[in-house]
Write a protein that binds this ligand. Structure first.
Ligand code: HEM
Length: 207
C-alpha cells in the first residue's frame, strides 16, 4: 500500500467530488420524499433529523480533512495533500448547512434564541468555536491569501486543531449518553493528534 501513487489527478478529483457529494445527494432524495409525503423521508422530527444528519457528516468530513496529513505521511500518498483544500471546503459546506438548519429551522432566526443558546448552551458555544475556526481557514484558503500571509499562513491553518477540538467537544457535550460512536470519533481524533506529536518529535530528533 505504501508509496501508492495515482496517475490521473483529474480523475481522482472527480471521484472525490462524487464521493463527498453523495451524502448531500441522498439528503436531497430524503427531502423530496418528505415533500411528497410527510414523515416518509425525514421521519417524525424533520428538523432534528436534518440537524443530526448534517452534524454527523460535518464531523466526519472535518475529521477527514484533519486526517489528510497523517494519511499522506504514513501511507505514502503525496497526491492526497493536493486535495486537502478541496476536502476542507467540502467539510465547511456541510458545517454551513448544519449551522443554517440550526439558525433557520431550529432557532427560526430569532436573535434572542441564538444569543441565549450561545451563552447558556455550552455545546453551542463549542460548535461556534469550531465554525469560526473553519470560517477563517476557508476564507484564507486561496492562493492569494497563501502568498500574502507567507509563513503565517501555515500558522493560521493550524486552526484545524481548534476546529477539530471544538467539534469533538460539541459532540461530547450534546450527547451526554455517549456510546460507541462517540468513543470511535474521540479515538480517531486522539489518534490523529498523537500521529502529529510523534511526527514532530521524530523530525526534531533527526534534525
Ligand atoms: C465544526 C462544527 C460542527 C460540527 C462538526 C457539528 C457536529 C454535530 C454533530 C455530530 C451533532 C450530533 C448529531 C447527532 O446527534 O446525531 C450535532 C448536533 C447539533 N449541532 Fe452541531 N456541529 C458543529 C457546529 C455547530 C454549530 C456552530 C451549531 C450552532 C450554532 C450547532 C448546533 C447543533 C445543534 C443544535 C445540534 C442538535 C443538538 C440536539 O440534538 O439537541 N452545531 N452537531
Amino acid at each position: 500500500m505504501k508509496g501508492l501513487s495515482l496517475p490521473n489527478p483529474r480523475w481522482l478529483k472527480t471521484t472525490l467530488w462524487v464521493a463527498l457529494s453523495m451524502p448531500l445527494l441522498w439528503l436531497g432524495v430524503l427531502i423530496i420524499k418528505e415533500l411528497q409525503q410527510t414523515n416518509s423521508g425525514l421521519g417524525t422530527e424533520p428538523t432534528e433529523a436534518l440537524l443530526h444528519y448534517l452534524g454527523e457528516w460535518s464531523l466526519i468530513l472535518v475529521l477527514l480533512a484533519f486526517a489528510v496529513s497523517p494519511l499522506r505521511r504514513r501511507l505514502g500518498w503525496p497526491w492526497l495533500g493536493q486535495h486537502r483544500r478541496f476536502i476542507g471546503l467540502f467539510a465547511f459546506i456541510y458545517v454551513c448547512l448544519h449551522v443554517l438548519t440550526y439558525a433557520g429551522l431550529y432557532a427560526q432566526f430569532q436573535l434572542a434564541v441564538l444569543l441565549d443558546d450561545f451563552v447558556y448552551r455550552s455545546y453551542i458555544t463549542a460548535g461556534i468555536g469550531a465554525f469560526l475556526a473553519l470560517l477563517l481557514m476557508a476564507l484564507t484558503s486561496t492562493r492569494g491569501w497563501r502568498r500574502r500571509l507567507k509563513e503565517n499562513w501555515r500558522r493560521l491553518h493550524r486552526l484545524i486543531y481548534v476546529a477539530t477540538f471544538f467539534a469533538i467537544v460539541h459532540l461530547l457535550w450534546l450527547r451526554k449518553d455517549s456510546g460507541l460512536a462517540e468513543a470511535i470519533y474521540l479515538l480517531i481524533y486522539i489518534g490523529l493528534v498523537a500521529e502529529r506529536i510523534v511526527y514532530h518529535w521524530q523530525r526534531r530528533r533527526s534534525a
